[in-house]
Design a binder for this molecule. Sequence first.
Ligand code: BDR
Ligand code: CA
Length: 309
Amino acid sequence: VENIILDCDPGHDDAIALILAVYSSKINLLGVTTSAGNQKHSQTLRNAMSILTLMNEKTIPVASGNHTPLLRELISGVSMHGLTGLDGADLPIPNFAVQSLTAIELIAKLVSESEKKVTLVVTGPCTNIALFLTVYPNLKNHIKQLVIFGGAMGTGNWCPTTEFNFQADPEAAKIVMSSGLPIVLAPLNVGFEAQLLDKDKAKIHKVKNSVGKAVAGLIDFYGLSFNTHWDFKGLPLYDPCTIAWLIDPSKFVSQKCNVEVETQGIFTTGESVIDYHHITKRKPNANVLFHLDREWFANLIFEAVNSFD
Ligand code: BDR
Ligand code: CA
């Protein structure tokens, strides 16, 4: 069983990552921290707490993160996620209290108290994790690894070659990628493969528990966003790739690569420069996920949604 903290910015796909993490018996979710990303910090916090409330989880501590990216103005995910960041579902009002600690204080507390090293899963901009590593360098040895959804090789979803999470806070991504900690990076390339097809969506629509009903609404709305902006056969669920990898890494094809983050480009700020062919001979700093078993992934999402009362 993996002890994890999920740092997220829900976000439709973050919400499903959170559901997967609560569902899986292979994962012990110690806490949830939220970042400014798909929506402003107060909204992503509320969304994370709503999703936990939906699952009847009142004991997992939740803390709010930095209000902005490290150096930049927040870019907005409204075009994909709607005004609330989680449009499409009637979600419950949070029924438990947020921690009085900040995100990095909560991470510091949880990793210090944990009997074994903790995996930090990041499904939003890297702001909170960059701050945590900077403020608490002595706690680095309590971290087992970072599993991050971010970056892209030769493609993008924000600019032609940049992915939203890295684009939203490039300086934070740079700090995190050069931390020296073991990193698993799930870029857009694997995210594009992590699609729910119509048959998978139909199965989820048949689930009658409250999580199923909410997820059905979320994937319908998110699917419309994708149809407006993209030409995909199915609906890519980016962020759950991180949790899915923790559940069964054998379902993924990965390669160790050096990954640097561009922070000074004219057209490329936020680009992850992934040295797939080892051209630079720089030391690999991440295990990069490129492919996954789509059928397995879609079924895992269904099993998770279906498992609730
Ligand atoms: C990432 O950006 C956000 O919109 C999603 O939640 C995901 O974390 C994909 O680029
Ligand atoms: Ca996200």
